[in-house]
Write a protein that binds this ligand. Sequence first.
Ligand SMILES: [Zn+2]
Length: 233
Amino acid sequence: MKRLDALRQEVLEANLALKEKNLIISTWGNVSVYDAESGVMIIKASGVPYDSMGLDDMVAVDRDGQVIDSAKRPSSDTPTHLYLYRHFAGEGVRSIVHTHSQYATIWAQSCLPLPCYGTTHADYFHGPVPCTRQMSDEEIRERYEENTGKVIVEALAHTNPIHTSAVLVASHGPFTWGKNPADAVFHAEVLEYVAKMGLYNRLLTPGIESAKESLSDKHYFRKFGPGAYYGQP
Ligand SMILES: [Zn+2]
């Protein structure tokens, strides 16, 4: 299918971009894309090194995670991605990125949400980047990857996933998403940048408070709201 081939190319480029932007090392991390029309998801194959990665390593699976056209095994995080599409695709989420980028992972390992400390954050994420609850022993033992998706959806229960396009999974690391793979990778990059600044803010000013809500609303919605006026039409 031509459309799937084009998506496969986009996912490959997005996976390679993670490496280029220093958001991953080794085989960590993955990007997926979801074709809402056919219900097919394309995701990086499990454990493939980035240096030799090619189109063959982008594996297509159906809604149940069954491989469609590849001899390769999809990323072990596949059930997490599928769970998120099941809940967020209706809102327009078409691509998901998972990394262990250092600063975002530091917040995740501290089990802390990342507050909005300034307009750099507010320009891309509306409100704090939430952190999931800890998973129970049972949730870790059984269906761990799917339960990772479950705690992410819980953490975003009162938020629009398009406006809050990132989450920190407690004791693990970040997931970000977007309308396409380039968008999702960009959110992973912005998240890492503001996570680094946020850590220094805390060190410099212990007890620092979030930026004013009126300011963060202003910055987010002048770019992305119905009345957005930032940039070129
Ligand atoms: Zn991970």
